[in-house]
Design a protein around this ligand. Structure first.
Ligand SMILES: Cc1ncc(COP(=O)(O)O)c(C=O)c1O
Length: 376
């Protein structure tokens, strides 16, 4: 059997990883400024994470959501504390798309409405509801097309206010757009969304799958604006590579047995991974490190010649160039052995582990300066 060929691949085969580094099958070392797409939050194969997952697996790896699984409550308690969101309830699932799917359902169950407002360049995942609110026709199958979804311009508070009505079920916003090119939702925009939802009974959903979990220098990027969403979705960094997602659900929503559910969501191993991630984030002050290293990178990058625009917050950074970014990205990867992401044709996307060091940032900065001077 062949694999269904949907991923364009680099011809690199990583076989080992530690901290911010990967090694391929030929022993070549790579610096990871991409974090496997914002997933590696505490660093690859952190010893505490490996120990906790191993210990859990030796005891019990899985049982269904029909029995007590105390590590779920441990996760919820630690997550509530570290995120400053103790008043929310937590629903556990397996991925970012699933988290958004469930958030949209909770919103619609609550107010009985269907219409959703999403934004230009939004990406919320590939399952039916999540892809319907994603602004990319190429990945929306006819069966997913949803006439109830309206896309408005991102960061346009006035248009948002004018379009949220008593018929709106939910407004879904990425605190910082990832796939869309690292666009930070402005405080004004988020406050206007909160106000419009309060006035009309619509539900405000903050998709924090990529920009959440400490990456912005706060636990959630919308916390810079002071607003409180009704629902917050997370995944990626939550398990440092072990699949897990979650929906933070405000107190006004009342749970009913059977209302949501999943076979794998909240299993023992996934929760052990997520608890280990939170323990390390707290112990090693990784949110503070993300803020500090983010500031360092922004300061140094802003002095480099040849960059058109810098966007982002903390360790979620978009570097836009006049020229297409593929040569820069390839040269960083194949000549300097540094993994970076990209968004669109012109933007390099940095999503390193929250534990990245200044020395590792310097290695990247030096390589980028060299690459820009050669490719310009
Ligand atoms: C903002 C955002 N939401 C949702 C998703 C979907 O997450 P997953 O791939 O885990 O389903 C992504 C993935 O890139 C994302 O960036």
């Amino acid at each position: 059997m062949n694999l269904f060929n949907v991923y364009p691949l680099y011809d690199i085969t990583p076989v080992k990883a530690k901290g911010s580094y990967l090694w391929d099958k030929n022993g070549v070392e790579y610096l990871d400024l991409y974090g496997g797409h914002a997933v590696i939050s505490i660093g690859h194969s952190h010893p505490y994470y490996v120990e906790k997952l191993t210990e859990q697996l030796q005891n019990i790896g899985f049982y269904s959501n029909s029995v007590n699984i105390p590590i779920q409550s441990e996760l919820a308690e630690k997550l509530g504390k570290l995120s400053g969101c103790e008043e929310y309830d937590l629903f556990l699932c397996n991925s970012g798309a699933e988290a958004n799917e469930n958030a949209l359902k909770v919103a619609s169950f609550f107010n009985g409405r269907k219409k959703v407002i999403a934004f230009s360049k939004a990406f919320h995942g590939r399952t039916a509801g999540a892809v319907a609110v994603t602004d990319n026709k190429a990945i929306v199958a006819p069966i997913n097309y949803d006439e109830h979804v309206t896309f408005l311009p991102f960061n346009d508070a006035e248009t948002l206010t004018a379009n949220v009505t008593e018929e709106t079920c939910a407004v879904i916003i990425e605190g910082i757009q990832g796939v869309g090119g690292i666009n930070v939702a402005s405080d004004e925009f988020l406050k206007a969304a909160r106000e419009a939802c309060d006035k009309t009974g619509a539900i405000l959903i903050l998709d924090s799958v990529q920009c959440g979990y400490g990456r912005s220098g706060k636990f959630f990027s919308h916390q810079f604006s002071g607003i409180k969403p009704d629902l917050i979705t997370t995944a990626k960094g939550m398990g440092n590579g072990f699949p897990i997602g979650g929906v933070f659900i405000a107190p006004k929503f009342k749970a009913k047995h059977g209302m949501l559910g999943t076979t794998f969501g909240g299993n023992h191993l996934a929760c052990a991974a997520a608890v280990a991630v939170l323990d390390v984030m707290k112990e090693e002050a990784l949110i503070e490190n993300a803020a500090k290293m983010g500031e360092y990178l922004f300061e140094k990058l802003s002095k480099l010649e040849g960059i058109k625009e810098l966007r982002g917050r903390g360790l979620m950074i978009g570097i836009e160039f006049e020229q297409p970014v593929d040569k820069i990205r390839d040269s960083l990867l194949f000549e300097h052995h540094i993994f970076c992401g990209y968004a669109g044709k012109h933007t390099l996307r940095l999503l390193p582990s929250l534990a990245i060091t200044q020395k590792e940032c310097d290695t990247f900065l030096q390589a980028l300066e060299e690459v820009i001077s050669v490719t310009a």
